[in-house]
Design a protein around this ligand. Structure first.
Ligand code: MSP
Length: 516
């Protein structure tokens, strides 16, 4: 087993069904998890649902259902979404799971043991939508003069007896930690935001609630449940086996989250962990928001799209490819049905899919599916392989550094090189005039296609997997990309290609209406 790599997504509130923003985060995390597995890391990948808190209580009340029933039903939709989108999680955690309650209480006790929790009265603003407390000075004014959170959500005045966490005590330790670990908060812009926030001074944080009971009970404090973010953040530790013995996957390598919740992950979470004497995660990456044609998604605008409708319309691979390719990871991005079709057709279906399909069906038809002989090599063959090796290395370097779209762009350069090579070498014409040369050209293309398919596997697992199945490639690790002996072994073993079917079908441009 390789070195551990622990990656997590945020856990979503199951107060409604998942939308494309949730799908985006899951897909990005999944591509990274698959990439690290290919690289030989011992990956643990966790996602799930965040089921406590006032937002869940209020939604259930509005719908006239029990909160547990709401959580069960909606959490099921999130899990089904993950399964439908080929999200390769190791655990789908629910914060209502029994081991999660145990871990949250253990973390609480550890913070109490450091004398970081005290009972007092909280009076201030709370946003149920964000499940967040805000200082008066952070609030903004709405159009009707009402007070809103900095995220533009309604706030209500709250006054109750609660437990406080001594967040102020961790102001300097946090600043020291950020300085010593420049990669803790990424990308850079989010890091700067957090530095400014912490430098502005930290007040102690209210960490329990008494006005409702849907949450993890505070140990030895009847009537108090933990503030939902305390137990939500602890999910990452629960999944690593906190207080159940060894934690080979802790500290987490990467908490992948949206830009709206960086403060919870980069300020509160490390402070809780410092207090409890637990090692801190290595990186918190705040990705951007997905917008629909540049607009925020909202129920009132009627532009909230079920990710499964998109996957049905454009294919799981198509959706995954589009989202990871189109959006520069870390920044906001926009999606629209016509943009998905254009991108998928140009790059997946035409550039790569067609390359594989043309080459493999030519071999199936003209060589009876047997891999071409060495033939008569020319300089151009070696040059192409070199270009593809560089493209795949570019993908690896960028993906390893979370620059997902740049990685795919590097990979595309390898695909374009193959297409230029095919046009220049015209193997179809060589069939009649120079069979020996045709063999060399086809053999070069098979090698190039194999390397490109292995490389893009984390992004489009189904289609790339189909190409590799056709080629009989069993070792799909990154190490296999540079394995020169593969072709010879495969040919010597008398490998025969089946009848290829397109791995990346062309999409139809939608009529006016987009999938609802
Ligand atoms: N429950 C909290 C997270 C707790 S993590 C310990 C939460 N849930 S959420 O359901 O509101 O959001 C889940 C994730 O989806 C967050 O990372 C959030 O940033 C992300 N997204 C929500 N809307 C999004 C878009 N429109 N685009 C991209 N990601 C978005 O916050």
């Amino acid at each position: 087993m390789g070195e551990p790599f622990y990656i997590t997504t945020a856990i979503s509130y199951p107060n409604g069904r998942p939308h494309i923003g949730h799908a985006y985060e899951a897909i990005a995390a999944d591509a990274i998890a698959r990439f690290q597995r290919q690289a030989g890391r011992d990956v643990r990948f966790q996602t799930g649902t965040d089921e406590h808190g006032l937002k869940m209580v209020q939604t259930a009340r509005d719908k006239g259902v029990e909160v547990r029933a709401l959580a069960d039903e909606m959490s099921g939709y999130f899990k089904s979404m993950c399964d439908a989108l080929s999200i390769s999680y190791d655990r789908f955690i629910r914060t209502t799971d029994a081991d999660h309650h145990r871990a949250s209480q253990a973390l609480w006790r550890a913070m109490a043991a450091s004398d970081d929790l005290y009972l007092d009265r909280y009076e201030g603003w709370y946003s149920v939508r964000d499940e967040a407390f805000y200082d008066e000075k952070e609030l903004v004014e709405g159009q009707g003069g009402e007070k809103l959170s900095p995220q533009g959500t309604p706030v209500t005045w709250t006054a109750e007896e609660t437990w406080f966490f001594r967040l102020s005590k961790y102001e300097q330790p946090l600043l020291d930690f950020y300085a010593a670990n420049p990669d803790f908060i990424r990308p850079e812009s989010r890091r700067n935001e957090i530095l400014r926030f912490v430098e502005g001074g930290l007040s102690d944080l209210s960490v329990s609630r008494t006005s409702f009971d849907w949450g993890v009970p505070v140990p030895d404090s009847p009537g108090h449940v933990m503030y939902v973010w305390v137990d939500a953040l602890t999910n990452y530790l629960t999944g690593a086996g906190y207080r159940d013995g060894e934690m080979p996957h802790w500290p987490a390598d990467l908490h992948l989250i949206g830009k709206d919740i960086v403060r919870f992950h980069a300020v509160y979470w490390p402070a809780f962990l410092m207090s409890a004497g637990v090692a801190l995660p290595k990186t918190v990456f705040g990705h951007g928001f997905l917008l629909h044609r540049g607009e925020k998604m909202s129920k009132s605008l009627g532009n909230v799209v079920d990710p499964l409708d998109l996957a049905n319309a454009f294919g799981v691979d198509g959706l995954r490819y589009f989202l990871l390719r189109e959006v520069s990871f870390g920044q906001d991005g926009s999606y629209a049905a016509d943009a998905i079709v254009t991108r998928v057709n140009a790059e997946l279906a035409n550039a790569f899919g067609n390359l594989a399909q043309r080459t493999l069906s030519f071999i199936a038809k003209n060589l009876g599916g047997a891999l071409p002989d060495a033939g008569r090599a020319e300089v151009a063959d070696g040059q192409l392989i070199e270009e593809v090796v560089v493209a795949c290395a570019g993908f690896k370097a960028a993906f390893g550094d979370l620059m997902l779209s740049q990685g795919i762009e590097a990979w595309m350069r390898g695909v374009f090189a193959c297409n230029q090579y095919i046009d220049a070498q015209a193997p179809w014409a060589l069939r009649k005039t120079d069979a020996e040369r045709m063999h060399a050209v086809l053999g070069t293309l098979v090698r190039a296609i194999r390397m490109l398919a292995i490389t893009i596997l984390p992004v489009v697992p189904a289609g790339a997997g189909r190409v590799l199945d056709l080629l009989g490639v069993e070792d799909r690790s990154h190490a296999a990309i540079d394995d020169d002996g593969w072709y010879a072994r495969q040919a010597a073993a008398g490998f025969v290609l089946g009848t290829p079917t397109p791995a990346f079908p062309r999409l139809e441009m939608p009529a006016e209406a987009e999938p609802a």
